[in-house]
Structures are given as structure tokens and as C-alpha cells.
Write a protein that binds this ligand. Structure first.
Ligand code: ADP
Length: 400
């Protein structure tokens, strides 16, 4: 068992550099949690406070219900894997993995058992007598993980463990971590700046910006219902298209007019706006590139565009187009759905028509940048709103 709980955790470096503001999170036993966000958002600092490598300025960290703020890293029952694997170059793989057990004076038979078992799980048995320099990056990575495994840790902390690997190896190791996770039945907290890694590995993802949590949710939650514009643009590649427009309400029906083309908001999205009593307002409308489809001039809601750049990615074509309002738009076209002669015609200068359904539209308030469908109601907001003291960011720290 190893649950981890952070309550009102804050980190201040020096006198007033606030790296982490009021971080609240309950991590369940055996959950795989990923902290993701751009460089400098406070991911590593949070992880290092859990590990005990950094003092906690305010708040508490609990592991299995016990406050560990004042415990040394070695007494917290955690294992940490860093991006620079920090293996001892003069020791064999076996001795690298055995190192912490020897320090703890574990007897030789037990060391042999634990190291060989971990090596078996990681598929590095044949390298046990080699030294780190005789291994590839991926193999070294596995040794670093093995070293953490032999210590019977309750929580695995990983700080950008794949960032030193080339793209191909990174994909391979990502798949291996997914498999490994099933074999090592423990709690994982994983830090990365890469949204793909976060989406593929996490049971839940914690998206951070400037020391604040912007959203916590499963990969599908944060993709389908981002709480704010930051999350919407951070998750998904190519990133979500956004356009300023007005949400209008006429005879009980909602309309938007992105790129100068008026279109109804119907179906589930229209219902959801109505149910929440959303008022007409200036918004930022978001639509993911993969949710836009090619259409024709007969469709009254089609947006006329002109292709500016076409990027052939193999299985998909990315079209960068200009719109009637000169706002840019990116469209992802799966090549398998298109006849070869049609595909060959999608070149710069060509005019095309595109549409998107209400189902794939995301609505953000133009000022606060909060999702109109998930933001607290105005009455709730008045009682729960807490403005961050050190920033004038509109987006509220979020904790679910
Ligand atoms: P991330 O892991 O998301 O890239 P960090 O947690 O490393 O971000 O850093 C968060 C913020 O804290 C950054 O603004 C960084 O410059 C600052 N910071 C990190 N470590 C220190 C330190 N030892 N002293 C002062 N500021 C630091």
C-alpha cells in the first residue's frame, strides 16, 4: 500500500520565488500519476518535495497517511529515477543495482535474489556483468529503474526518465514503462514536459503552469473537456485551433460565428450550454485540427479557406490555411480517407471548404479563459474564488 497526499503544499525559493503554490492532490495506491507542463512550471520541485530532496515551505506531504515532511529521503519508502541515470561507471550492472542493498547490509543471498529477479523483469539479465559504458541508453535506463526496484519501494518517482533518449528509443521505452508498470505493482509519480508521454502513461495527469495546477484528470477528460484554454492548447498535437468570436443566444438557441461564418451550436453541446444557463458573451472557440473535415461550397456552415502550407506526414496531411477573417487554421486530414487524386490537389493556393460539428467545439470565456461548461457557476464562484496573490493570471488553481 502506498497512497500519497499533498495538502496545501507550497515551495518558496529564497525570499520570494514561489515555485509551487498551494498544491493539493490525493494519489491512490498503485496509481500512475504524471505531472506535466512547460519548463519551469514546478513539476520537479513538487516531485523533489515528495522525495525529500527539497524542503517543503508550507503544507504537508503524507505517504500512507503518515506526514513525511521531516523524514529523510531514505526513510520515506520511495525510489527515484532521474534523467541522467547516475550509474556508477566503475561498477557492473549487478553491483549498480545491488549498491543500496549493500549499504543497508542486506545479506548476499537476498541481494542476489532481488537483483536477479529485477533484472529478469527488466530483461537485462544478460548484461549483469557489463559496465554502464557497454550499454545502450535504453539499457542504462533499465538499470536505473532496476536499482530503484530492488529497494522494494512503495512509491516510484521518475523525473523525465526518457528525455535523454532519441525519439525512437523514447517510444520504445514508453511502451516498456507501460508493461513494467503492470509487473511492478506500485505507485508511480512521473514528471515530463511531453504531453504525449503524459497521455500514454498516466492514469491521471496533473497539468501545471507557473506553479499552479491547471487541471487534474484522466487523459480522456483533459483532452475532451479541458477546464481552461491553457490545458486545451497544451494537450493534443497539432495544438487546438482557437478563434475569438461571440456566443449568441437567439430564441433559446446558441450560435457562434467563427471566421465570419455563422453556425448553430446544437446537439449535446447546445444542450449542455442551455442546462448550465450560459449567457451570450465573447468567447474563444476551440476546435482540434483532427475534428475539422473537408466539405464543399454547398454547405452553408462551411468555412471557405485557402491552403497556405501542406505538410505531408504520411498517414495524415496537415493543412495550414487562411480564413475569411485572416485567422489561421490547421486541419489534420487522414490520408486513408481521401482518393489519391484529391490528395494531390490539396496544395498551396487552392481554395477549400471545411466544417466542424458542434460536438467538437470547445467554448472558453474570452477574459478568464475558463471552459464555459466546467467553470464554477457565478454563485459558486463568489464563495470559492481565491485569487492567487503573486500573479494576475485569470485561471484559477484547480484541485479535483
Ligand atoms: P520544472 O520541473 O517544471 O521545469 P522546476 O520545478 O525545476 O520546474 O522549477 C520551478 C521554478 O522554480 C522555476 O521558476 C525555477 O527557476 C525555480 N527554481 C527551481 N529550483 C530552484 C532553486 N534551487 N533556487 C531558486 N529557484 C529555483
Amino acid at each position: 500500500m502506498a497512497s500519497v497526499k499533498l495538502t496545501n503544499v507550497k515551495k518558496i525559493y529564497g525570499k520570494n520565488t514561489v515555485a509551487v503554490h498551494d498544491f493539493n492532490l490525493d494519489i491512490a495506491d498503485k496509481e500512475f500519476i504524471v505531472f506535466v507542463g512547460p519548463s519551469g512550471c514546478g513539476k520537479s520541485t513538487t516531485l523533489r518535495m515528495i522525495a525529500g530532496l527539497e524542503d517543503i515551505s508550507e503544507g504537508t506531504v503524507e505517504i500512507d497517511g503518515r506526514v513525511v515532511n521531516d523524514l529523510l529521503p531514505k526513510d520515506r519508502g520511495i525510489a527515484m529515477v532521474f534523467q541522467n541515470y547516475a550509474l556508477y561507471p566503475h561498477l557492473t550492472v549487478f553491483e549498480n543495482m545491488a549498491f543500496s542493498l549493500r549499504l543497508k547490509k542486506v545479506d548476499n543471498d537476498e541481494i542476489y535474489k532481488r537483483v536477479t529477479e529485477a533484472a529478469e523483469v527488466l530483461g537485462i539479465t544478460e548484461y549483469l556483468t557489463r559496465r554502464p559504458r557497454e550499454l545502450s541508453g535504453g539499457q542504462r535506463q533499465r538499470v536505473a529503474i532496476g536499482r530503484a526496484m530492488v529497494r522494494d519501494s512503495k512509491v516510484f518517482l521518475m523525473d523525465e526518465p526518457l528525455s535523454n533518449l532519441d525519439a525512437k528509443l523514447r517510444n520504445q521505452m514508453r511502451a516498456e514503462i507501460i508493461l513494467l508498470r503492470k509487473k511492478i505493482n506500485t505507485t508511480f509519480i512521473y514528471v515530463t514536459h511531453d504531453q504525449t508521454e503524459a497521455m500514454t502513461l498516466g492514469d491521471r495527469i496533473v497539468i501545471m503552469k507557473d506553479g499552479y495546477i491547471m487541471q487534474v484528470g484522466s487523459p480522456s477528460q483533459v483532452f475532451e473537456m479541458p477546464d481552461n484554454l491553457f490545458v486545451a492548447e497544451f494537450i493534443g498535437a497539432p495544438k487546438m485551433n482557437t478563434v475569438h468570436t461571440a456566443l449568441e443566444l437567439e430564441d433559446g438557441k446558441y450560435y457562434v460565428s467563427p471566421f465570419g461564418v455563422k453556425m448553430p451550436v446544437d446537439g449535446d453541446k447546445g444542450e449542455a450550454l442551455k442546462e448550465k444557463g450560459v449567457e451570450a458573451q465573447d468567447i474563444i472557440l476551440g476546435v482540434r485540427p483532427e475534428h475539422i473535415t473537408l466539405s464543399n461550397s454547398k454547405n452553408p456552415c462551411a468555412v471557405p479557406c485557402q491552403i497556405r502550407v501542406n505538410e505531408m506526414m504520411g498517414s495524415e496531411l496537415h493543412l495550414h490555411v487562411t480564413t475569411p477573417t485572416d485567422e489561421p487554421l490547421v486541419i489534420r486530414v487522414p490520408t486513408v480517407d481521401i482518393l489519391p487524386n484529391q490528395l494531390a490537389a490539396l496544395v498551396p493556393g487552392v481554395r477549400i471548404y471545411v466544417t466542424f460539428r458542434s460536438k467538437v467545439m470547445h467554448f472558453f470565456n474570452a477574459q478568464s479563459e475558463l471552459n464555459l461548461l466546467t467553470m464554477p457557476d457565478s454563485t459558486e464562484e463568489a464563495t470559492t474564488k481565491e485569487s492567487p496573490a503573486e500573479t494576475d493570471e485569470q485561471v484559477q488553481p484547480e484541485n479535483k
